[in-house]
Ligand binder design. Sequence first.
Ligand code: SAM
Length: 296
Amino acid sequence: MKKLSDPRTTLETVSRYDFDFHKRFGQNFLVDEGVILRSLEAAGVGKTDVVFEVGPGIGTLTQYLSEAAAHVVSIEIDKKLIPILTDTLDGCGNVEVINEDVLKVDLPALARRYHAGRSSGLSPLKIVANLPYYITTPILMNLFRQKVPAQSITVMVQKEVADRMCAQPGGKEYGALSIAVQYYSDPRIVELVPPSSFIPHPKVTSAVVTMQLYEEPPVKAQDEALFDAITRAAFEQRRKTLVNALSSSQAVPFQKEQVKDALEQLGLSASVRGEKLSIADFVSLSDTLSALRKEA
Ligand code: SAM
């Protein structure tokens, strides 16, 4: 099988099919075997694994996933890529391509179909993808919120997003995405990837990030929907104090005084901003407000 990681094979394939790259689908195809091999190693893809891939493109990463894993399910939105994939993945009998918008797929149901679960002892599920950058955050949030039973998620994202995913409290990169990623997983930047590793070259530097998902979050909120609403509201208007940000948000049903009281109970200043709070602080704040609601 001709490997699409060779830039000449990718160029020859897109020209043979007269394929037009669509910016709106974030189509930048990887042409760097080293990056692919190191991503697979970071993801720890092995012969008993089921892998879900988002956006196979013309099948570059998919060819390697097929060789490394037991089964690969690749979800691609662009129907023009489906006949190309049939050709480039000829001989990859363990790959199933689904022509869908990943944001509309019931991923937990798909995972159940492959008996993939941490406790079942069968087919560990891993997610590996060179993501379409325009929907990185919704894809990741969907995976977390839907509690897709994966062991790990290894993704190519824009470098700035990778920095936000791994950011610690106090800096300008720290925000709702950092909190969601680190609430559910232990993330690590594997490597930075230059624009020249893709066809066409994106305008930005990329990064591979691998996240080992926790079976249970180490600090768990009693009401995860409230915790989610609080962390998002806290950073929607980052310059506001936490009290003002939360009490002015439609999604957080608490008055200014209640938020102030909760912060006081936790020994935090009423003028604190969200960026200063750790994940454990946000969990405590969410639990305290949730208890207030029960008392009322
Ligand atoms: N995996 C290929 C590679 O590494 O060369 C292509 C990666 S390219 C950055 C992103 C891929 O995601 C494209 O093939 C694009 O068509 C696909 N895509 C974009 N939006 C999508 C969506 N909502 N659901 C599924 N696939 C999507």
